[in-house]
Design a protein around this ligand. Structure first.
Ligand SMILES: Nc1ncnc2c1ncn2[C@@H]1O[C@H](COP(=O)(O)OP(=O)(O)OP(=O)(O)O)[C@@H](O)[C@H]1O
Ligand SMILES: [Mg+2]
Length: 226
């Protein structure tokens, strides 16, 4: 099977005044479709930096990133945002449900971009929200939700557009254990149903165990891959 992600000798340095500060120092990583991968490591190790590159939000300083057969370095900004829209579902570290849209409209949004009809969008969005226990909050604005409800809404939105890849940066940070369980169940179910590839940054050993594979980043390099 062709890998979904192939990363070779990837580096990323940040410019701090006159000096370049290396953050990723030569990452090699191959991820196949349908894998569930936890990315772990200490604070500052470079996990979010790596995830931003994987998510096509940022570009490597050097090295190669092939996503779904496409060399990301060769893409201009438009092509990059198009591959991002087609391929990747996002669950951010802080959850960005759009403030001016109701919960159900937020979940419908990715499907709108994909040209799904309004009736079909609504039906699918309501179904997804009911499954995460938000059936009674459809018309609420995100500001009127609890943190856990917002997170579940974002999880429902991430699955509404059936992406090839879902990347989540600490999706369960700051959650109580039952909200955390719901998010993880949602991901597991999603993977069962659609075979999406999941890549999740986490500090949580339990999630590391749950994922089929655990990649530990130490000081900008892959120190362990098990
Ligand atoms: N935009 C930036 N400009 C300069 N330095 C940055 C920038 N973003 C991150 N860094 C630095 O890169 C290093 C890695 O940051 P990164 O956010 O990838 O860490 P992380 O592994 O996700 O940590 P955490 O677990 O705390 O989220 C840190 O030392 C950070 O200060
Ligand atoms: Mg981070």
């Amino acid at each position: 099977m062709e890998p979904l992600i192939k990363i070779e000798a990837l580096t990323r340095a940040y410019q701090a005044g006159d000096v370049e500060v290396p953050v990723l120092r030569g990452i090699d990583l191959t991820i196949h479709p349908k894998e569930y991968v936890a990315i772990m490591g200490r604070s500052g190790a470079g996990k979010s930096t790596l995830m931003n590159i994987i998510g096509c939000l940022d570009r490597p300083t050097s090295g190669r990133y092939i996503l779904d057969g496409c060399d990301v370095a060769s893409l201009d900004d438009d092509a990059l945002s198009s591959i991002r829209g087609r391929t990747i579902g996002f669950v951010f570290q802080s959850f960005h449900l759009l403030r001016n849209l109701s919960v159900v409209e937020n979940v419908e949004l990715p499907m709108e971009y994909q040209g799904v009809s309004p009736a079909a969008r609504r039906e699918r969005a309501v179904g997804l929200l009911e499954r995460v226990g938000l059936g009674h909050r459809l018309d609420h604005l995100p500001a009127k939700l609890s943190g856990g409800e917002r997170q579940r809404g974002a999880g429902a939105r991430a699955r509404s557009d059936q992406p090839r890849l879902i990347r989540a940066d600490e999706p369960t940070g700051n959650l109580d254990s039952s909200a955390r369980r719901k998010i993880l169940d949602l991901f597991a179910e999603l993977q069962d149903e659609t075979g999406v590839t999941l890549i999740m940054v986490t500090h949580d050993d339990a999630i590391g165990q749950e994922a089929g594979r655990c990649v530990v980043v130490v000081d900008g390099r892959v120190a362990e891959d098990r």
